[in-house]
Structures are given as C-alpha cells and as structure tokens.
Design a protein around this ligand. Structure first.
Ligand code: ADP
Ligand code: MG
Length: 349
C-alpha cells in the first residue's frame, strides 16, 4: 500500500472530512433494482417488496482476522466482502437486491486505498446487479472493519431453509471444494517468505486457479437461475463457507436427519489435489474442512433425480438418511466411519 501511495500523491481522509468522504465514495453509485425506492442520501433507504418475504443477511470482516492486507488487494477484499454476503441470500434460493456497507477506518488508510476498496464493492454490485443503498462510516484506532448487509426478497414458497431435508433426499454440491483453502496456504507461504526476505515478489503465477478461489470467489447465482429454469426447489440448502463437513452437520441438525457422504464423489480440482499433496495434506481433508469455497450444498427429493442429473454444476455427493443412522463418510477405501465436523489429518512422510 505504501508503494502505491508514493506514486500518486497520498490523499488523507482528513482532507475530505466524513461527509466529503461519503460523497466521494458514493457519488457514482448506480442503481439497478426496481425495488430500490430511495438509496444513499436520506436518513434511511426505502425498498419495495410487493408482498414478498424480505431476506436479510449480515457479516462483519475484521482486518487481521478475516483478511490480511499483506496479500489481499483492497479491491479484492471489497469484492469478496460483497460476494460472500450475496452467497448467503442465494443460499436461501433467493436473489439479493440491495446491500449496505459500513466501514471503520484508521488514518493509516488513504483516500486512494478506500477508492480501491469501493472499486471492488461497486464491481461486485454491477456483476450481480445489486444496489448499494447506504451504510455508515466511522473511524477505528487501527485496523479496517467492514460490515455488509445484503437484502433480497422471494415468494414465500421459494425460500429454502436448512431444515427441510428428508431421508431419501439426494445431497449435492455445486462445484469443486478445497481450492480456496489451498489458495490461502499458498498466500500464507508467500507472506512468510516476504516477511523473511522483503522485496521478494510473491510467486503466484502458476497457481492462478487456487489463488483466485481464495481472493476472488464468486457466488452461485447461476445455480439459482438453473433451479428456476428446471423448476426445482431444493428441500434444504446452505452455502459452503466453513467446509463441507461442517455444513452437512448444520443441515442434518436443522433437519433432524443423518447423512451418508461418499468421499469418492466429492469434487476436487486437479490443481487442488496436486497442491494438497505438495503441502503434505490429504486432498479430501482440504475439501471437507477447508472452507471459503462459497459453493452451494443442497438436498433434493429423489423424484427430482432425473432433473438434477442433467443440470450443469451439480455433483451428487451422498444421501440423507434417518437421524438414528448418524452422519457417516463412505471412504474410497470402502470403510464407513463417522464424519468429523472438522479436524486436520496431515499426511505423514
Ligand atoms: P446518518 O447521519 O443518518 O448516519 P450519514 O451521514 O452517516 O447519515 O450517511 C449519509 C448517507 O450516506 C446515508 O444514506 C448513508 O446510508 C450513506 N452512507 C454513509 N456511509 C456510507 C458508506 N460507507 N457506504 C455507503 N453509503 C454510506
Ligand atoms: Mg451515519
């Protein structure tokens, strides 16, 4: 960040003042949704939901805990902060329409740095067609804190909760898992190298896929589009932010069911597989416990099997069973043992 500021002259936040800064950051905000009645600029935003259910999700990201400025460009942090919130709305089988963004910033940040953050936020809004309709701006003594709230709406019968899975349902995921976690391992390794040898440029070129999955994830709006197109309503759904195992536990708990997960069917990208082995980790453990993939985990009634077989981005990974049968993993070695919610098994040697 210091290098970047040296090129153009660094502009201090204090030069603009709070209102000047808000104006500066939000002056070119575009609106896309007809449900947005009033956006930024009044005491509160106004939205119109026409008798539909409103769907709201909020997340807070703290520098040093959820992101590190040493390897994540601010533009990507802004983009990812929005996308991960939108993912929660899609996971309800609904479409996000508006977001609010609140930030706490220290004077360590220049106006240019905040422009980069907002560039990422606005890009995500454009890509997903959501409107930035408000927020709050305040100061922090040290790090950056970003809190985003996403708002969507849906017909009540379309909303999919975690609690609707039934024994016999088919369990699916929308894409490969573990890549974002391995991308993080690469970035952490480079950060440590950089700290030991400042000036060494990070070498990420050959791992574009894994690094992108970590730094610039996408939310699966396309999967929700496909559900509409194929007239499928999943029985339960959630997004995979903490790792597949943990999410399977959440659905089972909410639905009062068990699950049978087939290790051999969990999709893993070849780059993730190779990198896991390089880091002496078990690829399946990365896929089950890694997190931050932002794919969707969903269950569908057996009657929908024929439809989902022909759907793009659907990987059948198991089945819902009775609660008394527990939550188990059928390994590629042919064993069946209880699924662990998390926990690392490093490959030895
Ligand atoms: P208030 O005094 O009512 O809190 P503010 O001066 O904080 O109002 O905000 C003025 C307008 O700018 C409001 O519409 C608010 O939602 C919006 N806003 C403030 N901070 C941000 C931000 N960081 N990002 C987007 N909109 C913001
Ligand atoms: Mg305010």
């Amino acid at each position: 960040m210091a290098d970047k500021d040296a090129k153009e002259e660094r502009k201090e936040i204090g030069e603009l003042g709070e209102f000047g800064l808000i104006d500066h950051l939000t002056k070119d905000v575009e609106l896309h949704q007809k449900s947005t009645v009033m956006g930024i600029g009044d005491d509160a935003a106004v939205i119109h939901q026409e008798g539909r259910h409103g769907i709201i999700s909020t997340d807070m990201l703290v520098e040093g805990i959820h992101f590190h400025l040493s390897y994540a460009p601010l533009k990507h942090i802004g983009y990812k902060a929005v996308v991960t919130n939108l993912s929660d709305i899609y996971a309800m089988n609904a479409y996000p329409e508006q977001i609010t963004v609140s930030i706490a910033i220290s004077n360590r940040f220049s106006v240019q740095a905040l422009d980069e953050l907002y560039d990422g936020i606005k890009t995500a809004c454009r890509v997903y067609g959501v409107d930035l309709i408000g927020g709050d701006t305040t100061s922090s003594t040290s790090g950056l804190i970003i809190s985003i709230t996403a708002i969507g709406s849906a017909e009540p019968q379309d909303i999919v909760y975690r609690s609707g899975a039934k024994p016999g349902d088919i369990m699916c995921v929308s894409g490969d898992l573990g890549a974002a976690y391995l991308g993080l391992q690469i970035l952490e390794r480079e950060r440590q190298l950089y700290e030991a040898h400042p000036g060494v440029q990070p070498d990420l070129e050959d791992q574009e896929y894994l690094v992108r999955r970590q730094l610039k994830p996408e939310a699966r709006r396309d999967v929700i589009d496909t559900f509409r197109k194929y007239k499928i309503t999943p029985t339960a759904m959630m997004d995979i932010s903490d790792g597949l195992s943990s999410e399977v536990f959440h659905i089972c708990k909410a639905s009062k069911v068990g699950a049978f997960l087939e290790e051999g069917k969990v999709p893993i990208h070849p780059d993730a597989e190779k990198m896991a082995l390089k880091f002496k980790m078990d690829p399946i453990t990365c896929a089950l416990s890694g997190g931050e993939d932002y794919e969707l985990l969903f269950t569908v009634a057996e009657a929908d099997l024929e439809k989902i077989r022909y759907m793009p981005s659907v990987y059948i990974v198991g089945e819902i069973v009775d609660e008394k049968d527990g939550i188990t993993l059928h390994t590629t070695g042919g064993n069946i043992h209880p699924l662990k919610a998390q926990g690392w098994q490093h490959v030895t040697g």
